[in-house]
Design a binder for this molecule. Structure first.
Ligand code: HEM
Length: 547
């Protein structure tokens, strides 16, 4: 009996356990079903939003999963594809409570609105200024309103003065003939390949320091030495850039505690400051000793040192430092990066290279001494009026900048509610990204052959014709149009013509050329090339054909 009872009660227990487990399982199943249903709903809802926003919008994460996949491939192409699909503008939704929400546009109507018609509604904004203030202070690149206006006005007068033009042409001529060409010739003589991007970056760094500070740091010379000021400048810009992808509170805490990249930034800014302070000190001494008859300097530092602020006082050393550091940043890498993409494109488009050579030789051939049978072996130095006449070369450089703009994306912040001409609503505080790289690849802007390298699209009756700055935005537009644009074209044309006349540039087989993710469109692995000296007979063909 006992056994039976025991068996029965144990059976009851088993049944009870079985029932309660089933009940638990059923309850669990309901929860599971509910969770699956919610997930399915979220997936469908997120994917349905794709049609409206161009990308799926996930709860909490926003569009970040798609961004991560974009980052794994080519981010610039990824943005271009979405913009083409979305007729030129889309709204990026970042994770909840993040500062990543923004409007991305490549629509020329919006660009004109943003850069010109409603200029005051779209400044650089407090977020940008706060992030880069440690390095750039109140310099032109980082300033809005009156601080920007004052520097812009003075620098603009200076950039258009005859004295400044003379300084830029003379310093460039010296750099190309005494430093660039010997470095290239050395590579040819030793049969070694060089990183042309690195060489060009050194050239433009030295050049812009000569213009801003009136000092040549000497980065470009045989042996390609490491220069502490250039290194400090590069480290400082890289560490500043990292702040844009780090939550603000994180980098601010790291700055307080002097940790990681913030520690590196502090050290490199110190290096930049020490160099600037030394130059300012020496210049002040020099100016105080300067007698009227001595040759007057026309670099930006000297020009601003001679001026007074609104209270009639000389500018502070800190402000002078900010002005120079900003100009160096603005003019340091943009032309060299554009030239690198240009040489890479030329190798892929040999017909364009031939046309450039034909143009150069035709212009050289018009020289009186050439007509009288001048010696081709004597070093040929292009004259400013000859550079000006090189329309096809200018078209080829513009076409390289259209496809590979040195500044691939730029940004503004909305300070008052507004609406873009395409109907996009903009709330105060919204960040607007204008996708310059994508603009160069939009059929709606450049037609069916928008992805092809065709310098001819810039020519009318053989003469170079510029495009609207809101369609070709490589140099920005409106009141903040690049101040160095004319100089940059002169610099690029002079360097390109001087190299092409002497060498054929051949990219090393297997060298991978891809853009680097940065504020400037560097080639990620540089541009490894071999230089092949042009034979006199090759040039003679062009020269004779043009006679
Ligand atoms: C191919 C060469 C160049 C390109 C593509 C280029 C492009 C640009 C762009 C896109 C901006 C607007 C940046 C912004 O506000 O966020 C800009 C501004 C500026 N650029 Fe250039 N630049 C080039 C060369 C130079 C050079 C060589 C200099 C000086 C020597 C220079 C001086 C400036 C200055 C001072 C600004 C600030 C203008 C302002 O905010 O009012 N640039 N440039």
């Amino acid at each position: 009996m006992n056994n039976v009872t025991t068996n029965m009660s144990s059976d009851d227990g088993v049944v009870g356990n079985f029932v309660s487990r089933r009940l638990f399982f059923l309850q669990y199943l309901h929860v599971l079903e509910f969770v699956v249903a919610v997930l399915v709903f979220l997936v469908i809802n997120s994917l349905r939003q794709r049609r409206r926003y161009g990308l799926p919008v996930w709860p909490f994460l926003g569009m970040v999963p798609s961004l991560v996949s974009g980052l794994r491939s080519d981010l610039y192409e990824w943005i271009s594809d979405i913009l083409c699909e979305q007729n030129g503008t889309f709204r990026f939704k970042g994770p909840w409570f993040s500062s990543l929400n923004c409007v991305v546009t490549a629509d020329p109507r919006n660009l004109e609105h943003l850069l010109k018609s409603k200029f005051s509604v779209f400044p650089k904004g407090p977020y940008f200024r706060d992030t880069v203030r440690d390095l750039l202070g109140d310099g032109i690149f980082n300033a809005d309103d009156e601080t920007w206006q004052r520097q812009r006005k003075t620098a603009s007068i200076e950039f258009h003065s005859a004295k400044f033009r003379q300084l830029t042409t003379e310093s460039l001529l010296e750099l190309v003939h005494a430093r660039l060409l010997p470095v290239l010739e050395n590579a040819v003589n030793q049969s070694i390949s060089i990183d042309l991007q690195d060489v060009l970056l050194r050239l433009t760094f030295d050049n812009v320091c000569m213009i801003a500070f009136g000092v040549d740091p000497g980065c470009l010379r045989l042996g390609l030495p490491e220069i502490p000021f250039a290194k400090a400048f590069e480290d400082a810009t890289e560490a500043t850039l990292l702040r844009f992808v780090t939550p603000t509170w994180v980098w601010k805490t790291m700055r307080c505690l002097d940790l990681g990249t913030e520690k590196k930034l502090k050290k490199s800014i110190k290096g930049v400051d020490e160099f600037a302070e030394e130059v300012i000190r020496t210049r002040k001494k020099e100016l105080s000793l300067q007698t009227e008859d001595k040759k007057q300097r026309s670099d930006l530092l000297t020009v601003f040192m001679r001026l007074k602020d609104e209270q009639g006082k000389p500018f502070s050393d800190k402000f002078l430092r900010d002005i120079c550091v900003n100009f160096i940043l603005a003019g340091r890498d943009t032309s060299s990066v554009a030239l690198s993409w240009f040489f890479w494109l030329l190798e892929k488009n040999p017909v364009v290279e031939q046309k450039i050579l034909a143009e150069i030789c035709k212009i050289v051939n018009e020289r009186d001494d050439m007509k009288n049978g001048a010696d081709l072996k004597s070093p040929l130095i292009f004259r400013p009026e000859e550079i000006k006449k090189m329309d096809y070369l200018q078209a080829s450089l513009s076409e390289a900048l259209r496809l590979y703009p040195s500044v691939p994306v730029d940004h503004k912040e909305v300070v008052e509610d507004d609406t873009f001409p395409d109907g996009t609503l903009l709330k105060k505080g919204t960040k607007v990204i204008y996708a310059i790289y994508a603009m160069g690849r939009m059929e709606a802007i450049w037609g069916k052959h928008c992805r092809e390298y065709k310098p001819e699209r810039w020519l009318r009756d053989g003469r170079y014709m510029s495009e609207s700055a809101y369609k070709f935005t490589a140099f920005n537009g409106g009141p903040r149009l690049c101040l160095g644009k004319d100089f940059a074209y002169y610099q690029m044309k002079f360097v390109a013509a001087s190299i092409l006349y002497r060498y054929r540039v051949e990219v090393v087989k297997g060298h991978v050329v891809v853009p680097k993710l940065a504020l400037t469109m560097y080639m990620k692995h540089g541009l490894k090339v071999n230089l092949i000296k042009r034979h006199e007979s090759e040039l003679q063909v062009y020269l004779e054909n043009n006679v």
